[in-house]
Each structure stands twice: as structure tokens, then as C-alpha cells.
Design a binder for this molecule. Sequence first.
Ligand SMILES: Cc1cc2nc3c(=O)[nH]c(=O)nc-3n(C[C@H](O)[C@H](O)[C@H](O)COP(=O)(O)O)c2cc1C
Length: 491
Amino acid sequence: MAILDETAFDDGDEDYGDRDNEYDFEQGLAHGFASDDYMVKDQPTGAGDRAEGDAETQAVASTQTHADAPEDGAEDWDATAAISANGNASDPTRDDGTDGSKRKGRAKAKKQQRKNAAALKSAHKVAAPTLFTPFTLRGVTTRNRIWLPPMDTYSAFGRDGRPTQFHYQHYVSRALGGFGMVIAESTAVSPEGRISPCDVGLWEDDQIDSWRWIVEDVKKAGAVAAIQLNHAGRKASTGCFSTGHINATVPEDQGGWKTVAPSPIPYGHYDMPRELGVDEIHGIVEQFRYAAVRAVNAGFEAIEIHAAHGYLISQFLDPLSNQRSDEYGGSLENRMRFLVEISDAIRSAIPESMPLLVRISATDWAAGGWDLDQSIETAKVLKMHGVDLMDVSTGGIVAGVTIPAQANYQVPFAQEIRDKALIPTTAVGLITKAKQAARIVHKEQADAVEIGRAALRDPNWPLRAAYKLGLDKSEIPYPDQYVRGAFGTSR
Ligand SMILES: Cc1cc2nc3c(=O)[nH]c(=O)nc-3n(C[C@H](O)[C@H](O)[C@H](O)COP(=O)(O)O)c2cc1C
């Protein structure tokens, strides 16, 4: 086959990074993002260029020692074999009574010891994953470690919480584009829990079918279909591109509603929320449980609890927004109670084989508030309550803080939580380039990366990244129909 000049199709790494200065949330708001979760001040321009500037070679080493068993299957991990090699060995120091046989016994013992040592060494030598190494959580395996994070599209235009054809196209095209997991956007567990009137939901059974066709085709395209469940609390009832009132509370006479929170403390200039009673808190835990059951019925394969970005659960976690004096406020144990109860409720309602993820803001970037240490402690507890992975973001809880956003700025949080709470994590935030993403996974700073806005620019980000990283076409998850248009081919 004649190959035209491939560079004609090779836009260079700028594909991912030259537009990092699009990390301009003011512009985002102008396009209608409903809240300023993602508002970043002091955004340095050219952050991506710096990331590429400190480039190391993409392959750090072919193997790397890791104290834990790998999460991605047993090919490189033969601990069982090593242990049984030890356990089955006859006692090499045993004296069999004769001098000759003693010598033979000692030689045999040494040989066996050497074999055992080699087996143990190789058992602990685990191949470091690549971006395209599959990743298993419980009974679910993603084909790679490039995931689509939840991104609210505010496109349930009927204001009935039902996803639309837009959602179908948005999610299925990214599954066709090679993402390993597609996490559907913030999905409300009750009408009052919506961030905006146009948010999707799973608060009633009638909404299940509107999700099912999307989920089916996301899965057919090879991605794991996950959904993020949320209650927006004091950050509910905000505007979006189709409702107006951007970055403000939507008035009740225009489709908005009264908001609730752990304490009557507003977020920035949003309306004052009403403090939740304990019975209401229990009721919201049940709403999460039933939304999860509906998600299972719709065919989703993983559930993510939204405990980040200043929505209701993170309002409970953060001492700056939670000033309750009952069992849901005060100590860290009390502040995390709501999240733990939700995790328990969902875990008990979904199949054992189904992964449960929690998205957390690892810090609120504010003095005296929520921080990394509390996040680590919370992750340790969640792990004991059946949570399988922490999706690590930051911010969105306290208005007006300065976030030092630049390439990889949230990666160290994912790494710390992974290393200290010994739970898998994903990293997200200004990860825009293939090599950058590959390094994060290969250095085991996180188990997977999430590509947000760069995936809004390019639904085929994973396919393009695979090509950039030099994978053979046969290893790249092109849909059959698109193979002839593979990156790097000329016709
Ligand atoms: C339009 C938009 C909508 C978003 N909606 C959500 C959401 O529903 N839930 C959530 O946890 N994060 C949401 N986020 C945050 C993203 O998941 C991601 O963490 C953030 O964009 C940073 O990653 P990036 O730099 O790769 O875009 C949203 C971001 C954008 C740009």
C-alpha cells in the first residue's frame, strides 16, 4: 500500500498541548458551565509546554518492583507459584544419616534455596503498566488506563433528568474513540440534587430506559460504562448555557429550587441553603442507594459517588461548610459518616463484582479546611467499606481560592492517596499529552488517567495517543469500520 507522507497526518504533540491555555474557566463559563467548580485563578499559560519540557523518555523501565500485587491480572505476578515453591520444598537441612547423603542434602538445599530466592524475586518483580495495559477492578476490566471523567453537559433539555440523543452521541463517540472507561456525568439522585435544571438524573424508574441505549452502545464499542451519582446540595439549582443564570442560583420562579446543605452556609454568592435534618440525611442515603440500583438496571458496570467539588457529600466532609454538632459534624469520623453510609448503601445494593469508585477533592485549597491528610484517612475507611478506587480531583468547595493549576498539578494527590491508603487511584487535571499520560501510569503515580477537556476537543484521544506512543495498529482499539482511517495511514 502506498504510504503518503505520514507527517501530513501527524500534527505533533501540539495536538494535546498547544491549547492548554484553554484552561480558561472564564471562557468556560462564557460557554455556560453551570458552576465555578472548575474556576481556576492565576492560570499560567503554556502549562502543557512546560510538561513536555520536563519530558523523560516514555518508557522508564520494563519492570519495576512493587510491594503490592498488581491489579491488572496475573501474567507477571506468580506469587502463588513462588509461595508454593517454598512451601512444597522438602526440608533441605534435614540430615539423612550418611556423610555422602549429608553433602548431597546440603547441595540440594542450596540449590533449592537459590530456586526459592529466584522465584520470590521474580514474584516481586512486576512489570510496570503502560497506558494500554488493561486494568481490573473486581469483575470489570478496562481495556486501557485512559478514562473519560464525568463532565456535566447540562443537556437534559426536557428538564426531566433524561439523557438525550446528544448524550448518546457524546458518550458513544468517546467509547468508539478508544476510552477504557466512560464515566457519565454528574447524575442527580433527586430533582433537588441536580446542579442545574438540565442535569441528568436517575431518581425514578422511568429514567432507566433513556440511559439503557447509551450504555449498551458504549459497551459495544469496547468501553466500560460507569456513571457518577451526585447530590449538589448548596451548589444545586445553578444556571447553565440553556437556562442562563450562569454561575448563579436560578430563581424559583424560573425553574430553580431551594437548596439544602449540612449547615446554613452559602457557597460564594449562591443562595443561602437550608440545613438538613437527620431524617432527611438518611433519606438522601436511600436516594443514592436506589439511584445505584437503577444504574445497574440500565446496564452500567461501575458506579462513582461524587464526593468532590463542593457538592453535598464534600460539603459534609469539609469543616468549613459543615458546622453541625450532631453525629454528622465535628470530628473527621462524623464528617465522613454521610459518605460512608452512602458507600455502604450502594455496596449492599449492587453486584459484588461491580466496582464502586469515589471522586474526592483531595484539598479545598483553603486554610483550615479539607486537606490531603483527611483525604487519605477517608480513603482508608472507604476501602474497608467496599470502595475500590479513588478518583482524585481537588477544589470546588470554597469559593474564591487560588488553585495552582498547571500540567499534572493533581497527580501528586492521586499518588499520595494511592501510596498511603493503599487503594487504586486515577489522576485527572491538565493531562493533555500522550507521553505525559503514559509517564503517570508507568511511574505508578496513579492506576489510570482521566482526560477531560482534551477529550472534548478530540473524542479519539486514546486512538491518537496510541499512535503517538508507537503502538502497532493491530494493538490499537480501532473500531473495524475506522481501521482504514487509522492515524498514520494515508488511505
Ligand atoms: C464541562 C465540564 C463539566 C464537568 N462536569 C463534571 C462532573 O459532572 N462531575 C465531576 O466530577 N467533574 C466534572 N468536571 C471536571 C472534570 O471531570 C475534570 O476533573 C476537569 O475538567 C479537569 O480535567 P481536565 O483538565 O482533563 O479537563 C467537569 C469539567 C468540565 C470541563
